[in-house]
Design a binder for this molecule. Structure first.
Ligand code: PLP
Length: 385
């Protein structure tokens, strides 16, 4: 009997934690979304302007593009909905190599590697590259996938205050010498605040303290840079950043993610990154879709980027925040207030969602308004008062 009690497991602990989340307006559940149509979203039969999407260039619901792609490629032997294998086995083909080569060239690097998601990409890189006796300096507001990489890695990590490079340098001065390899990691456009890291300063610090520099361009790819590569390109610093990660599931409206770096790093990841090695590759059809958009619709993507840049510049003038991008935070601090404001906006035809802890720090609940290229300024300006 004593032994049985010892192994007794209680669901009540989970229930209690869920009740706490509900009480604090922080309980998450999957929404009842019917479907999406151009820049709109239809939820429970109600059509609203979608202000909660990462489809920044409005590609994902573009019917003409979809039909042209299907028409052109449906008879291609690689038009398949499953790779049915990990990349190192049979889950690869010329379409994957083509996409990697294209992105290596675009980012002016030797090599590129496709991962299945941005999450797996960041987590896999950090946990594989940084070992015991190494260290990681990571911005405090970096995405959960980076934090997960820090936790999985055997290296020690230090989290510097958000975009505070004095704090980063202080940590580098104090700690860098105690370790072998070191890496500094930052997002370029931060996903919840829309503010932008000073990549020039990060390059200066990585050189001074002999570190690698990794930049996650998830929210900047497609939105910044002449060739859509992100903030590192816009700042003319592509060659100075050692590792760049992008996800294809946001502005490109596709699936997967890509890491670009030198050949040694990419070969190392192919051999050591668990999330790459032990996972079925994304479907060839998704890789072909990414190739199609970048080969044949590049001009269109660039024109969408210009429209989006115009839109967010106008919104910044009307509603100045810490954001310098398409992501506009409306920080209301209190979770309940944020949820009721989101509901009010939805009642008025704007699909805006509340963002609560732990996605953002305690006491900084907010509405995250995400602008996309086809939205007209006149459609949304009243939201900003
Ligand atoms: N990096 C950042 C900054 C993100 O916001 C996200 C978001 O989803 C990811 C990585 C993960 O990318 P994915 O959605 O492709 O897993």
């Amino acid at each position: 009997m004593a032994e049985l009690l010892c192994y007794y497991f209680s669901m009540q602990n989970f229930e209690k934690k869920l009740d706490e989340l509900k009480l604090n307006s922080c309980f998450r559940s999957i929404k009842d979304i019917d479907y999406k149509e151009e820049k709109f979203i239809i939820v429970n039969g109600k059509k609203m302007l979608n202000l909660s999407s990462n489809d920044y260039l409005n590609i994902s619901t573009n019917k003409d593009l979809k039909l042209e792609f299907i028409d052109r490629y449906k008879n291609n032997p690689e038009f398949l909905f499953s790779s049915a294998s990990a990349r190192l086995l049979t889950g690869t083909s010329c379409v994957y190599n083509k996409l990697e080569q294209k992105f290596a060239n675009l980012f002016k690097k030797d090599s590129a590697l496709i991962f299945n998601t941005g999450y797996q990409c960041n987590q896999g890189i950090i946990s594989a590259l940084l070992q015991k006796n190494d260290c990681i300096f990571s911005d405090k507001l970096n995405h959960a996938s980076i934090v997960s990489g820090l936790k999985l890695s055997l290296a020690q990590h230090f989290r510097y205050k958000h975009n505070d490079y004095e704090n980063l340098e202080k940590l580098l001065k104090e700690k860098r010498n105690e370790f072998n390899n070191a890496i500094i990691i930052s997002e370029s456009v931060f996903s919840m605040d829309g503010d932008i890291a000073d990549i020039k300063k990060l390059v200066e610090l990585k050189k001074k303290y002999n570190c690698l520099l990794m930049i996650d361009e998830a929210h900047a790819f497609g939105v910044f840079g002449e060739n859509l590569c992100g903030v590192s390109e816009e700042e003319n610093l592509l060659s100075e950043v050692d590792i760049i990660t992008i996800t294809l599931g946001k502005a490109l409206a596709s699936s997967g993610a890509i890491c670009v770096a030198n050949k040694i790093i990419i070969d190392y990841l192919i051999n050591k990154a668990s999330s790459f090695i032990f996972s079925t590759a994304i479907a060839p059809v998704n890789v072909m879709w990414s190739n199609f958009l970048f080969d044949e619709k590049y001009k269109f993507l660039k024109s969408q980027k210009e429209k989006l840049n115009d839109l967010f510049n106008k919104v910044h003038l009307r509603y100045p925040t810490i954001s310098s991008s398409q992501i506009i935070p409306m920080i209301l601090n209190d979770a309940k207030l944020t949820s009721s404001k989101a509901q009010e906006l939805q009642n008025n035809g704007f699909y805006v969602l509340p963002i609560n802890p732990p996605t953002v720090p305690q006491g900084t609940s907010r509405l995250r308004i995400s602008l996309t290229a086809d939205i007209k300024y006149e459609e949304i300006c009243n939201i900003f008062g």
